[in-house]
Write a protein that binds this ligand. Structure first.
Ligand code: 0O3
Ligand code: SF4
Length: 313
């Protein structure tokens, strides 16, 4: 018989309020209008969720010229640039916006900073749709940096009117290092009133830190293109615990568990709890493990649906 293992389950984990809302928007649009429903970009970065919606007539596109005139179009939770919004209006789609309100808050911040004459530094990952959407709120005056050494490359005057904003799903620790370097170089730089990294990102990273002393390995449930899930894997690895990001049980390898007794399981903000349960069941069926839920914050935040899709109930 294979040796028994203990599974520590991070709290909180899995869906955040922005993801719940985005999924509900697609569900309600399907109910109200029927297929096909078009979604710009993956509604959230989760392969299972995307595949499930595709099987029910949702069409994910990146270019709006793939969408027929008058169709229902949903913007993904990661948000879109002003140009995309404008093009959608021009092409006369009926748009529902699943941009997370906490991403939209950063959009508003960027617009207001530009209006007040600031040069804006965005901290984020190049090519990520949220970064493209946030930077695309203004047509100039915004500059992307990704890591601490990028701060050295900035050539603003010492007294420039400067501000920074960030992507919502970054590593809290790395972002603190970047902002410290920015403040050292430009002490006058304007910071957001509350950090742009959202509550869900912060809470899931804190939960991994709390779990680390108890475990020999961490399994993060989430897709490879999910920034916040990837940050959880990196965080565990940086704390010297091997960590693996998996979509579902088929990606789990027995060799990971050879000399391991305690297994940490968590899930990114876009990973359905059903997948986490399947992964726990797969480990348990092999090792007859026990599951220990970690104590942690209970999240109660929720966001309402856009007008026109409010649930009848
Ligand atoms: O931004 P990220 O790649 O983490 O996106 P996910 O995995 O879809 O998770 C939801 C987060 C989000 C929509 C932006 O904050
Ligand atoms: Fe919104 Fe944060 Fe969830 Fe992103 S991770 S959708 S910002 S709550």
């Amino acid at each position: 018989m294979l040796s028994k293992k203990t599974i520590y389950l991070a709290q909180p984990r899995g869906f955040c309020a922005g993801v719940e809302r985005a999924i509900l928007i697609v569900e309600e649009a399907l109910k109200k209008y029927g297929a096909p429903i078009y979604v710009r970009h993956e509604i959230i970065h989760n392969a299972y969720v995307v595949k499930d919606f595709e099987s029910r007539g949702v069409v994910f596109i990146n270019q709006l010229d793939k969408v027929p005139k008058g169709a229902i179009l949903i913007f993904s939770a990661h948000g879109v640039s002003k140009a995309v919004r404008y093009e959608a209006d021009e092409r006369q789609f009926q748009v529902f916006d699943a941009t997370c309100p906490l991403v939209a808050k950063v959009h508003a911040e960027v617009v207001s900073l530009k209006e007040r004459g600031f040069q804006i530094i965005m901290i984020g990952h190049r090519g990520h749709p949220e970064v493209e959407g946030t930077m695309g709120q203004v047509d100039s005056s915004i500059h992307l940096i990704e890591h601490v050494p990028d701060v050295d490359q900035l050539t603003f005057d010492k007294d420039e009117l400067l501000a920074y904003v960030t992507q919502t799903t970054l590593s809290v620790d790395e972002t603190q290092e970047i902002t410290a370097a920015l403040i050292k170089k430009y002490p006058q730089i304007h910071a957001p009133k509350r950090q742009d990294i959202c509550y869900a990102t912060q809470n899931r990273q804190d939960a991994v830190k709390a779990m680390i002393p108890h475990v020999d390995i961490v399994i993060v449930v989430g897709s490879q293109n999910s920034s916040n899930s990837k940050r959880l894997q990196e965080l565990a690895s940086s704390l010297q615990v091997p960590a693996f990001l998996v979509d579902d049980p088929s990606q789990i390898k027995s060799e990971w568990f050879k000399s391991v007794k305690n297994i940490g399981v968590t899930a990114g903000a876009s990973a359905p709890e059903s997948l986490t349960s399947e992964i726990i069941d797969a480990i348990n069926s092999r090792y007859r493990g026990s599951v220990v839920p970690m104590p942690g914050i209970e999240e109660t935040i929720s966001f309402s649906l856009p007008k026109g899709l409010l649930k009848a109930a």
